[in-house]
Design a protein around this ligand. Structure first.
Ligand SMILES: Nc1ncnc2c1ncn2[C@@H]1O[C@H](COP(=O)(O)OP(=O)(O)OP(=O)(O)O)[C@@H](O)[C@H]1O
Ligand SMILES: [Mg+2]
Length: 381
């Protein structure tokens, strides 16, 4: 079944777009070696915008240049044993001893000085001896750390690796939801090179057409002309990677390999794609009580399509306490209902999500059902 090839989240089989980010990352691979100084690279954005898929592309670029690539998890930032386990790619104690001459048993030892010696040695042997890319996805989870000790350890970790001196090349690649930069500021990274911080938004129209076209031509291998289908589907996708993925999924569900494209199947694909899109929106609202959803919509309707964070919080605060209003903002930002653009203005990142919200929870919900508009230019991009 073709649909097994599709992952709802994560690396893309047919990746397009994000040329600027990929280009900068590629240059950084060379520049860190040239400068003898490592760098961090942050990719942030709303759920489904394509952070993990882009991180995967960055890893591929690094792999082409033979970099040592290590996937971190939250724990490895505050637990050295976990960090070195990842750094040595889960090699057994015996293998590590043989390859690096370090006895991992020292991780268990209480003697602090011996442990640090082993860590320094591994650092030297692994990170300082080859170009190394450490990457951490879902970095917004750093905001959930409760213990002060963990937080201190993470700060130490970030202080060490944010701009690590290394003659061989070093990058710390981080991905996370839109509040990640602020969370990182809380635990130690306050300054970013302007080329190393990226807020992702919608894909350009050309890229989304290429993804869908690849899917029709390379995956389904349809002999038909794809133009009419691309026009019909891209009216629904708004350049949003999760939506594009939903329609690729629908294509695989309703088309057999090498099938000719027909109007009947197009309708089925559009209906199923829309259904998957609605499920994505349901996830965005999940856990937010109905009356809060209505409050969010009322506030959105009272503001322009882009607005200041303080204005929407003030609008929430007409019905909620100041604290609850701020909490509601944090929740809808984490859910990807609101995002902030590079000018510091907030808005709903996908025009069709705004439309869906207003249609579902707005005042006119009961009396009128408006037609969905075609892809609109978004002042938010
Ligand atoms: N540039 C792209 N080209 C092709 N497919 C893409 C692209 N970006 C994202 N996708 C696809 O869109 C879907 C959503 O992307 P992804 O999982 O990377 O989003 P995310 O921002 O990491 O979301 P989350 O916050 O939920 O983890 C995935 O199936 C991914 O493969
Ligand atoms: Mg992701």
């Amino acid at each position: 079944m073709l649909s097994k090839n599709i992952l709802e989240r994560g690396p893309a089989k047919y990746f397009h777009g994000r040329d600027k980010e990929r280009h900068i990352f590629k240059s950084l691979l060379h520049e860190t070696i040239h400068r003898g100084m490592g760098s961090s690279f942050l990719i942030q954005g709303a759920p489904g915008v394509g952070k993990t898929a882009l991180i995967d592309q960055c890893c591929r670029l690094a792999q082409e240049e033979k970099w040592h690539i290590v996937r971190l998890n939250l724990r490895s930032l505050y637990d050295e044993e976990e960090f070195y386990r990842r750094l040595t790619k889960n090699k057994s104690r015996h293998q590590v001893k043989k390859r690096y001459g370090v006895d991992l048993h020292l991780f268990k030892a209480d003697i602090e000085s011996q442990r640090s010696k082993a860590f320094d040695y591994l650092n030297e042997r692994i990170i300082q001896s080859q170009p190394t890319l450490l990457y951490l996805d879902e970095a917004q989870t750093l905001g959930t750390m409760v213990s002060a000790e963990q937080k201190n350890r993470v700060t130490d970790f970030l202080n060490t690796y944010h701009n690590l001196e290394s003659k061989k090349g070093f990058i710390l690649l981080i991905g996370g939801l839109s509040m990640t930069k602020e969370i990182l500021r809380d635990v130690g990274i306050s300054r970013w090179n302007r080329l190393c911080f990226h807020r992702l938004g919608r894909l350009e129209a050309e890229a989304e057409r290429q993804i869908l076209d690849d899917w029709l031509q390379k995956e389904i291998k349809t002999p038909s002309d794809t133009k009419r289908w691309l026009n019909a589907i891209t009216k629904q996708t708004d350049g949003w990677p999760s939506h594009i993925e939903a329609y690729c999924h629908a294509l695989s569900e309703y088309l057999k390999p090498q099938e000719t494209l027909s109007e009947k199947t197009l309708k089925q694909v559009l209906d199923y794609g829309n259904h998957l899109k609605d499920l994505y929106y349901d996830q965005r609202y999940d856990g937010i009580p109905y009356e809060y959803r209505q409050l969010v919509v009322q506030s959105l309707e009272s503001l322009n399509t882009t607005f200041l964070k303080k204005d929407i919080i003030a609008s929430f605060a007409t019905s909620l306490s100041e604290k609850k209003a701020e909490e509601l903002y944090d929740i809808i930002e984490a859910k990807g209902i609101i995002d902030m653009n590079s000018h510091g203005l907030c808005g709903v990142p996908i025009p069709s999500l705004r439309h869906h919200l207003i249609e579902t929870y707005g005042k006119k919900t009961m009396t009128s059902v408006s037609k969905k508009p075609p892809r609109q230019p978004s002042t938010f991009d």
